[in-house]
Design a protein around this ligand. Structure first.
Ligand SMILES: [Zn+2]
Length: 492
């Protein structure tokens, strides 16, 4: 009898196990559809406490979620501690990165402030939104200030028209409201050219304290690390002792060197060349002054981020922290940025923090800065402007394969006309004036010292054809102003 009971019990348990197995297993041959919401995408990365709250679903809370964009202008990726820099220049950003998605392969659409930010604002490539320079040519001898075409929507404007309260606190100059950035904003601070966070953070905090009850979009921007923002409170020579050369590290000197470099462009296809004008010691000094500026920018931003936390805004806001471009210290013959498409200028830090995050999530897949707003809109489940070039990054966070094209452009002050396309590790730089092309393997050769276009002729040809096809299809081939070399410096 006992034996029979044991057999019945065994059969019953075996049946339960079999049913459980059949219920829990993934059906064979059926592709995994993957999670659909941001909640599922970020589940492994948020704190247990946050996940216990079944309300952790950004789409469900979209009508209460704020959006905060922070631009630390001209921050090179290789200066960020979270990007591997060992010098401790960005401790506050590093701390923020511990609770964020950290993108190690983000590329800016342009190597200078105005077109880069406008690409973020619109989710479009520079020649598509058309704000490629501060001045626009009407004819060979007439130029007028540029402003975004009314026919092109911006993501912030879309938010404003959908009941968000929007405010921007910026360092002016390349992000002045008049270029189209300030469309429909009630508050847009751009009164001081090349101002840093010392100028933009205090009014931003004041504004936040008065608008906590609203659903808002906030844009904070500072030129602290930029060559046109002075090192505050200390002279560069005092800040970098031991230098015996003639440089003073001032903003006037930086502007002079920038123009001196541009003046070396005499023929179409050339890029600026300062290699004979500054010594290695000079460049090392200027790079150290830059590093000091980065450290100060990090301190100022650190106090802002601490205030966001104290106000409880980390739980109610998606925060995107980025730079618009890097800077060059003679790696390719130039100082400053804008005139070439080297990685030192295009590779930018991007951090994205969603409410509830408790852990760092490193993403090495290539992304573009035009993807930032589409990602936030996707996370909140709200539609955005139609027909944009940017795409949500959320599928990448969910581990999906991705093949988005990485492009960049510069028509910097009409001195140069270059386009870049990256496919995998290969990067093609095309000069539109003389047809010159260079191909680099940015994984094996991150400093882009070896042009492999001759040894990879077929690949170069195919990438160029793809790039030119895209330019023709988007009607962004700038044939009209190629060769124009009238550049009144005071107008820029
Ligand atoms: Zn900039």
């Amino acid at each position: 009898m006992k034996q029979l009971r044991a057999i019945v019990l065994f059969v019953a348990l075996a049946n339960i196990a079999l049913v459980a197995f059949l219920l829990l297993r993934t059906p064979a041959g059926q592709p995994e559809t993957g999670p659909r919401s941001i909640r599922d995408a970020v589940r492994p990365l948020v704190s247990d406490a946050a996940m216990d709250d079944s309300a952790y679903d950004l789409e469900a809370r979209a009508d209460r979620m704020n959006i905060i964009f922070i631009s630390m202008d001209a921050l090179r990726y290789d200066r960020a501690g979270f990007g591997g820099n060992p010098d401790g220049l960005t401790p506050n950003l590093d701390q923020f990165a511990e609770e964020a998605v950290v993108f190690s392969n983000a590329t800016s659409a342009a190597p200078w402030t105005l077109p880069s930010h406008m690409s973020i604002w619109t989710g479009r490539w520079p020649s598509v939104h058309g704000v490629t320079n501060k001045l626009k040519m009407l004819s060979a001898d007439q130029m007028v200030p540029t402003s975004l075409s009314p026919g092109i929507e911006t993501f912030p404007d879309y938010l404003i028209r959908n009941k968000f309260t929007a405010a921007a606190f910026t360092g002016g100059a390349g992000v002045q409201a008049s270029f189209g950035f300030g469309r429909d904003f009630t508050t847009y601070v751009d009164d001081k050219p090349f101002a840093g966070f010392e100028h933009s953070v205090p009014p931003a905090l004041d504004w936040l304290s008065k608008n906590l009850d609203k659903q808002f979009f906030l844009f904070l921007h500072g030129y602290d690390a930029h060559g046109q923002h002075p090192l505050l409170g200390i002279s560069p020579r005092d800040a970098v002792p031991g230098y015996n050369g003639t440089m003073d590290g001032s903003i006037e000197e930086q502007a002079r060197l920038r123009e001196q470099g541009l003046a070396t462009i005499q023929e179409p296809g050339q890029t600026p060349d300062l290699s004979s004008a500054v010594s290695k010691e000079d460049v090392a000094f200027l790079a150290k002054v830059y590093d000091k500026k980065v450290k100060m920018a990090d301190e100022r931003l650190g106090s802002f981020l601490a205030q966001l936390r104290a106000m409880g805004l980390l739980d109610t806001s998606i925060i995107v922290l980025f730079s618009d471009h890097g800077d060059e210290f003679l790696e390719h013959g130039y100082l400053d940025h804008g005139a070439t498409l080297c990685e030192h200028q295009l590779h930018v830090p991007v951090l994205m923090r969603f409410p509830g995050y408790a852990r760092r999530n490193d993403v090495s897949a290539p992304i573009r800065t035009i993807d930032l707003f589409p990602t936030v809109f996707d996370a909140l489940g709200i539609p955005g402007p139609a027909g944009v070039d940017g795409r949500s990054i959320l599928p990448i966070l969910r581990g999906k394969p991705d093949d988005r094209a990485v492009l960049a452009e510069t028509d910097y002050r009409l001195f140069v006309h270059q386009r870049m396309k990256r496919v995998g590790d290969k990067k093609l730089v095309l000069d539109l004036e003389d047809g010159g092309k260079q191909l680099f393997d940015v994984r094996k050769d991150p400093d882009e010292q070896t042009d492999i276009s001759s040894s990879s002729a077929r690949e170069t040809y195919e990438m160029e054809q793809a790039l030119r096809t895209w330019m023709d299809a988007t009607r962004t081939n700038p044939q009209d102003y190629l060769g124009v070399r009238q550049k009144p410096i005071e107008l820029f």
